[in-house]
Design a protein. Structure first.
Length: 303
């Protein structure tokens, strides 16, 4: 298997902006297509007071910084040109979700996504929704957000709905990390609530030690499949193991994670994210060499 999907992160939060315009984005879509990427996922359409297009709904909610360029239209156009599926990521207000006011987060997103469908819903490349609100455990109020938002999105445009949760592992949570058995039982409960609402789950793979990753991949796939949910793997292409946050990953780790995801029989491998951490055009020099190592590997015949 190889990476066939990537997130697009242009409302940057914890990684640097590359300040690309239409020409640079077109060049990067060509680079994605050249390595077999057929799916792009907007990680979020807006965050706090920034958005990927000038949304009347968001402007009515809070003062917003002008978008200047309509990135959603640009990404849909490039996805269509490159014969890719585009998944639209929802809005993160950056306050209500963090503070537990999930009802307000849902209300804003319902109005916002209605506006999105009116503007972009007929685009040929618009192939799915991505609920950008990340979870790592069972929480009843968060489940209500997923239930309400997924139901609303399905009514607006009936296309697959993707989520990409993170595992509550030791790399991020240390002593507060969730043990493997608790992870399995917790996600069984989550999927029982989300069955029939979410179509695809792509767990972020970077929070557990590499030697533990195979059993997490196996149980994630087993639980998702048992509840009729496709299981992809979000193979992170940035490195959580070094002191600087966040550089492109060592290729040997990336290859190992891809091989383990393939061994777990996931349906698709995506990454966060190509343009910053794997692109030949990235602001990171080591992303360019990671691209070379990866491209050499996928193009080398195996015995």
């Amino acid at each position: 298997m190889k990476i066939t999907g990537t997130f697009l992160d242009e409302i940057t939060h914890d990684i640097p902006s590359q300040n690309w315009g239409p020409q640079e984005w077109a060049r990067d879509f060509d680079a994605m297509r050249a390595v077999g990427i057929d799916t792009v996922i907007l990680i979020r359409a807006g965050y706090r007071n920034r958005s990927t297009f000038d949304s009347e709904v968001l402007q009515s909610h809070r003062p917003m910084i002008p978008a200047y360029n309509d990135l959603v239209a640009l990404f849909l156009e490039e996805a269509a040109r490159c014969d890719m599926d585009f998944y639209f990521g929802t809005y993160d207000a950056g306050t209500f979700w963090d503070e537990g006011d999930y009802a307000e987060e849902v209300a804003i997103n319902k109005a916002f996504c209605h506006e999105v469908v009116e503007r972009y819903g007929a685009a040929d490349a618009f192939a799915g929704w991505y609920i950008c609100h990340e979870i790592n455990t069972y929480d009843d109020e968060q489940m209500r957000l997923y239930e309400e938002l997924a139901t609303h999105l399905r009514a607006l445009k009936n296309v697959p709905i993707l989520m990409s949760p993170y595992m509550k592992g030791v790399k991020q949570f240390g002593e507060d990390a969730m043990a493997f058995d608790e992870h399995a039982s917790t996600w069984k409960t989550v999927f029982e609530r989300l069955e029939g609402l979410v179509d695809v789950v792509a767990f972020q793979d970077g929070n557990v030690p590499l030697h533990d990753l195979p059993r997490y991949l196996d149980v994630n796939h087993e639980l998702a499949e048992a509840h009729g949910i496709q299981c992809w793997s979000n193979v992170e292409s940035f490195d959580r193991d070094v002191r600087i946050q966040f550089p492109p990953i060592d290729f040997r780790k990336l290859r190992y994670k891809i091989e383990q995801a393939a061994a777990a029989a996931v349906e698709k491998i995506i990454t966060f994210e190509f343009s910053h951490f794997m692109s030949p055009h990235s602001t990171f020099p080591s992303a360019r060499t990671l691209h070379d190592r990866y491209r050499n590997w996928i193009n080398t015949p195996t015995a």
